[in-house]
Design a protein around this ligand. Sequence first.
Ligand code: GTR
Length: 453
Amino acid sequence: MIILYRGEIGESVVKINNLMLNSRLLTAIITNNKAMKNVASFICFCFMLFILSVTEMTGQNGKSWSAPVQAVEKLSKDKSGFIYSEEKVPSYTLPDLLISGKGTKITSTDMWNTIRRPEILELFRENVFGKVPETKYNETFRIVRLDQNSMGGTAIEKQIEILIQSSGKSLSFSMTLFTPKNAGHPVPVFLLIDPWLADTTGPHWMQKDEYWPVDAALKRGYGMAVFSTIPLDPDNFDDFKNGIHGLLDKSPRPSDAWGTLAAWAWGASRCLDYLITDKDVAADKVAVAGHSRAGKTALWAGAQDTRFAMVISNESGAGGAALARRRFGETVARLNSVFPHWYCSNYSKFNNNEDKLPVDMHMLLALTAPRALYIDCADEDLWGDPKGSYLSLYYAQPAYKLFGLNPGLSLNMPPLNQQVISSKIGFHIRDGVHNLLLRDWNCFMDFADKVLK
Ligand code: GTR
C-alpha cells in the first residue's frame, strides 16, 4: 500500500530520495579515509538540515487539517444556529457498510454486487434522491455544431443536442465537447454537470474559465464536456411541472419520486450515452464531475451508472459527501427547507432526525467502488463540512478493500494543500473558499493521470 502526499512542490520528495542514494555512496567512499571523517560528518549534518527544511516545505510532516478559527467565528455570525466545531458534533453510529439489511456480513465482491450494493442503491432511491419513473422515452443525438479548428486549432469542438421524446412531448438539452485535435487516439473525458451557466456553448468563455479549464485539460491530453442542467430541470421549486419531470413524471408523484438532483444525474447518464459513441472519446474513461450541488449530483450519477470510470465531487457538503449524522454546517433539515426540490420528499422525514436515516454518505461514496473516486474540500468552507466529507471517504474504504484495493486512509485528515492519492481514491483540502478552481482541476488531472490514463 502506498499513500502519496503531494504538496504543491511534492515532486521534490523524489529528488530527496535520489539525493539520499547519492549521499549513501559518498559516505561509503569517505568513511574509509579517516581524515575525511570529520568533513563527512559535517556534510551529513548539513544534508539532514536540508532534508528537514524541504520536508517542512513539502509538508510531509504537516499537521492534520482542522477548521480555521477565523472561519468558525465568521460562520457562527453569518449563519448562526449550526455546528462549526468538533466539540459540538453529537456522538453517532454509522450504519455498517458491510452488513446487509438482513444482517448478513458481506465478505466478497460477489456478495457486494448482488446483495449489498443494490440494497444501498435502493435505500438512497427511496430515502434521499428519489426514483426515476419508468416512463418510456426515446433518445436521439444531433451534432448541431462542429468546429474542427476550435481553441486556436488545437481542439475539435462539438455541440450535441440530446432530444428526449415521450408520449408526444419532447425536451432537449445540449452538451459541449472539446477533444484535443491531434491526440491520435480516443481520450479520457471529464464531464462537468453545470447548474450555473446559462450558455455553455461556443468557446468564448471556456478558454479562460478556471471553473471549466478547457485549455489546461486539452494540453494534458484530456477531453472536456459540459452540460447545463437548466434546460433539463431548472433549479427552482415549481412542484415538478417543468423540465424532465414535466415530461416523464406520473401523477400523483409518490414520496420517493426523483428530485432535481436525480434528474441532473439522469441527464449526466444521457450525455454518457452519447459520449460512448463518439470516436474521439475513450468510452471506458469518462469521469463525471461537479461542484457543490452538482458535486452531490456527480456522486449520485456515478453511484447509479457504473459506466462512469471516475467520480469527482468538489465541495459537495451536506446531501453529498459529508456525513449527515455529524450535523456539521448545513444539515438535512436546512437542505430540505431551502432547496425543497433537490431530493425526494421522503428525505424530509430525516430533518433533525439523521440517526434514523437507513444510510449515511459513506455508503453513497462506497457505491463508486472499485472505480476511481475523488473528493475535495476548501479550508474556509465549513458549511460543507470538510472533515465529515473526508470521514465519509475513510468509512467507504471497506467496499474498496473487498475488491483487493487498500487505500489505507487514516482517520486523521491530511494537511492543508496536500493531495492524497492512494489506490483508486483521491482527496485534497485546499486553502480558500467554496469554489472550483484550476488548482482543483490540476489535482483531478494528477489523479486521473494515475488511475484513468
Ligand atoms: C449552498 C448550499 C449547499 C451547496 C451550495 C451550492 O448554499 O447550502 O448545499 O450545494 O449552495 O450548490 O452552491
